[in-house]
Design a protein around this ligand. Structure first.
Ligand code: ADP
Ligand code: GLC
Length: 622
C-alpha cells in the first residue's frame, strides 16, 4: 500500500481528471474551504459533551453516537497514484528536486527515522479509565487540538503522549475538547472500526486547482472527541512522517482541512491549540484565508514540542501547496531566507500565544545554541512565549495497575516487587538473572538529539560485571548498529532491543534500577517522568525539561530525585552513572529512599493542565 515518494509529485497530473470525476459524484463539492460550513449541514443534533454554548453564542456541536451508513474511505481519488503523463505545473516542479535545501533534507532524514507505534501493541486495559470527573466550578471553554499524532492511534514519541493525556486532563477542568488528527492508514484496525462517519466535503488546496476530498471520522472516548481527517491520497502511507516532499503537501492539506472541518461541523472552539510544525500553518490560515469564516474568531496557541523540526522547504512549493497569500511570505513570518519558507516560523508569528514544554527550554530556544536558527524570531515573540512542563497520564503509567508488568506494585511495596520485575525483565531479554546487578535502561528514539554518542563512548567503562544495560529504541543506523555490537560483546549483560514496543517499555521502566536520558537537548522528555513514577532513578543531562523535572541527588542532605550532569561530555555522563552506582551498591538504604520519593513525586498533568487552562482563559477573558 505504501506509496512511493514520487507519488505525491504525480498528484497534480491526475488533478483535472479527478476534479471532473469528483464533480460527478453525489458527494457535496466545496470549492472554498473557508466556507465549508455552508456546504453541508451537520448531520445530527448535538449530544453529550458539547451541549454548551460557546461564548460567541454559537452552539457547540458535538458528535452524535448514532452511526450513519458506513461510507467508503475517500471514494473518488483512487486513480491518482497511477495517473501520469500530463504536464506538471511549474510550482510542482519545484517539489521535485528533493533534498535541495539543506535544512529540509536534514529534517527529512530525522523525520523518517521516527518509528511508528501504530502497528505495535498499544492497548492497555488501564487506559480505559472511567470517564473523567468534571470540575464544573471551572469556567467552561472549548478547545480544538490539532496535531499529527496521538496515542493510542499513532505515536512516534512524546507528542503522541501529550496529545492523549492533556485533552483528558482538560476535560476534568471543564473544557470541551476535540482532537483533530489525520486518519492515517496505519491507525490500528481496532480504532478504525470504532470510528463513526461524521461527514465529508470537498476543499480546494493551494494552487493545485483541485478539490480534495475531506472525510471526517469520529471517535468519542472518555469525554474527548477525536475527529480524524480522512483522505487516502495524503494519509495512506505506512507511517505518519515519510519525507518532506510528501510531508509538506500532507500537512498543508491537514492544517487547512482541520479548520474547514470545524466550520463544516459548525463547532467553533474558543481556542485552537496546535502542535509542532505539522500544524504550524493553522494560525496562519486562521488569520488569512479563514479570517472571515466562523472559525476565524477562535484564538490560537502553538506549542513547540521540538524546535528541530520546522517544516522548511522552498518558497514556491509551500506557496503552491498552502495557497497562502504573498503577505505571509515575508521575513517576519514564513520566509526563512531567500530560498526557503518555514511553516513553524509562520505559525509562531501568527499564533496568539506560543508555548513550549518546559520553562528551561523556553529560555534555551531563544539562544543560538538551541534556537535552531529561530532564536531571533523567538526572542522577538518572547512576550507571547510561555514554558509549561509536561506531565504523564497516571492512568496509562501506573505500576499498581499496569497490565504489562510481571508484578504490580505501589509506593507501599515497591521494594519487594520491583525485584520481581527486574528478574522477569532479565529473563525476557536473556540477561543473567540476578537481582544484585545494577540495571540501567534507555528508552529512546535513536537520534542525534538523545545523547547516544556519549553513551556509546562509555559503555566499556560502564560494563563492570555488576551492571546490565537494556536499550529499547529505533532510529539512526549508526546507533542501532553500535548497540547491537555491544549486545554481542557483552552477552548476558547488554540487551539491544531495536524495536518499538510499548509493553516492553513499561516492563523496562519497572524492571530497571536507573534510566539514562543524556540528551543533547530535550524540550521536556517524558521517559524520566515515567521512570520516576515506576521507582527507577533517572540519570539525565541538565537541559530543557530534564533540568526542570529531575533534582540532582545531594549526597550530603540526601535530597533529590536522580543523577545529573551539565556539559555535553561523555566523562561527565560516566561520572553521573558512577555516582548512581556508588549509592546503589554502597548505600542501598538511601537509594531506596530516593526510589520512594520519586514514586511519590507529582509528575501528573494536573498542575500543568491548570496552567494551560489559565492561558486559555487569559485569551478568552469573558
Ligand atoms: P521524544 O518525544 O523526543 O521521542 P519523550 O521522552 O518526550 O521523547 O517521549 C518518548 C515517548 O516514547 C515515551 O513515552 C517513551 O516511553 C516512548 N518510546 C520511545 N521509544 C520507544 C520504543 N522504542 N518503544 C516504546 N516506547 C518508546
Ligand atoms: C518532543 C520532545 C520531547 C517532549 C515531547 C512531548 O518530541 O523531543 O522532549 O517531551 O515532544 O512534548
Amino acid at each position: 500500500m505504501a506509496r512511493k515518494q514520487t507519488d505525491s509529485m504525480k498528484k497534480e497530473t491526475a488533478a483535472k481528471q479527478d476534479a471532473v470525476s469528483a464533480a460527478e459524484q453525489e458527494t457535496p463539492a466545496v470549492v472554498d474551504a473557508a466556507l465549508a460550513e455552508k456546504a453541508a449541514p451537520v448531520e445530527e443534533k448535538p449530544k453529550g459533551v458539547g451541549e454548551k454554548k460557546t461564548a460567541a453564542g454559537k452552539k457547540a456541536v458535538s458528535a452524535s453516537k448514532k452511526t450513519l451508513p458506513p461510507k467508503k474511505r475517500q471514494p473518488v481519488r483512487k486513480k491518482e497514484a497511477s495517473a501520469g503523463g500530463k504536464s506538471v505545473p511549474a510550482a510542482e516542479k519545484a517539489v521535485q528536486p528533493a533534498g535541495e535545501a539543506a535544512p529540509a533534507a536534514e529534517e527529512a532524514v530525522s523525520a523518517a527515522e521516527k518509528p511508528v507505534a501504530g502497528e505495535e501493541k498499544t492497548a492497555f486495559a488501564s487506559e480505559e479509565t472511567a470517564p473523567a470527573t468534571i470540575n464544573m466550578n471551572q469556567p467552561r471553554r472549548s478547545i480544538a487540538f490539532i496535531g499529527s499524532e496521538c496515542h493510542p492511534f499513532v505515536k512516534t514519541g512524546g507528542l503522541g503522549d501529550v496529545m492523549y493525556a492533556l485533552p483528558r486532563e482538560l476535560v476534568r477542568l471543564n473544557c470541551d475538547v476535540r482532537v483533530i488528527l489525520p486518519r492515517y492508514a496505519c491507525i490500528p484496525k481496532e480504532y478504525q472500526d470504532k470510528m463513526i462517519y461524521r461527514g465529508e466535503f470537498y476543499m480546494d488546496l493551494g494552487q493545485t486547482k483541485r478539490n480534495y476530498y475531506v472525510g471526517i471520522m469520529e471517535y468519542i472516548w472518555d469525554g474527548v472527541v477525536y475527529d480524524f481527517i480522512d483522505n487516502e491520497e495524503f494519509f495512506s502511507t505506512g507511517k505518519p512522517y515519510t519525507n518532506l516532499v510528501d510531508d509538506i503537501p500532507k500537512y498543508c492539506f491537514f492544517s487547512k482541512a482541520a479548520l474547514a472541518a470545524l466550520n463544516y461541523m459548525d463547532w467553533i472552539p474558543d481556542i485552537i491549540h496546535c502542535h509542532d510544525w505539522q500544524a504550524g500553518l493553522v494560525p496562519v490560515y486562521l488569520r488569512t484565508l479563514f479570517k472571515d469564516s466562523p472559525v476565524g474568531r477562535a484564538k490560537s496557541i502553538l506549542t513547540i514540542h521540538n524546535l528541530r523540526f520546522q517544516g522548511i522547504y522552498n518558497i514556491p512549493t509551500i506557496r503552491y501547496w498552502s495557497g497562502l497569500p504573498s503577505e505571509v511570505f515575508r521575513m517576519g513570518a514564513l520566509q526563512q531566507d531567500w530560498v526557503d519558507a518555514n511553516m513553524l516560523k509562520g505559525g509562531l508569528a501568527y499564533a496568539d500565544r506560543i508555548t513550549t514544554v518546559s520553562g528551561t527550554y523556553a529560555g534555551e530556544i531563544q539562544t543560538s545554541e538551541y534556537g535552531e536558527r529561530l532564536e531571533d524570531h523567538l526572542r522577538y515573540h518572547s512576550g507571547k512565549l510561555r514554558g509549561i512542563v509536561n506531565g504523564i497520564d497516571y492512568g496509562m503509567w501506573n505500576p499498581e495497575t499496569d497490565p504489562a508488568l510481571a508484578a504490580n506494585y505501589g509506593l507501599g511495596n515497591v521494594l519487594d516487587h520491583k525485584m520481581e520485575n527486574k528478574l522477569a525483565l532479565q529473563k525476557e531479554l536473556g540477561l543473567e538473572e540476578d537481582t544484585g546487578k545494577f540495571v540501567i535502561g534507555l528508552i529512546s528514539r535513536l537520534t542525534n538529539q538523545k545523547g547516544l554518542d556519549l553513551v556509546n563512548a562509555i559503555i566499556p567503562q560502564v560494563m563492570d560485571g555488576n551492571t546490565q544495560v537494556v536499550v529499547l529504541g529505533t532510529g539512526d543506523k549508526q546507533y542501532e548498529d553500535s548497540f547491537r555490537y555491544y549486545e554481542g560483546a557483552y552477552k548476558g549483560s547488554f540487551s539491544a532491543c531495536i524495536q518499538y514496543d510499548e509493553a516492553r517499555a513499561h516492563r523496562i521502566y519497572a524492571g530497571a534500577d536507573a534510566l539514562l536520558v543524556p540528551s543533547r537537548f530535550e524540550p521536556c522528555g517524558l521517559t524520566q517522568l515515567n521512570a520516576m513514577r515506576y521507582g527507577t532513578l533517572p540519570i539525565v543531562r541538565e537541559t530543557g525539561g530534564l533540568k526542570d523535572t529531575v533534582e540532582p541527588y545531594n549526597e550530603f542532605t540526601g535530597d533529590g530525585n536522580g543523577f545529573t550532569f551539565d556539559r555535553y561530555d561523555a566523562g561527565l555522563l560516566l561520572d553521573a552513572i558512577n555516582r548512581a552506582k556508588t549509592l546503589y551498591f554502597a548505600n542501598r538504604y538511601h537509594w531506596d529512599e530516593v526510589v520512594q520519593r520519586d514514586m511519590a513525586k507529582d509528575v501528573s498533568w494536573e498542575q500543568s493542565a491548570k496552567q494551560y487552562k489559565d492561558l486559555y482563559l487569559e485569551l478568552t477573558p469573558w
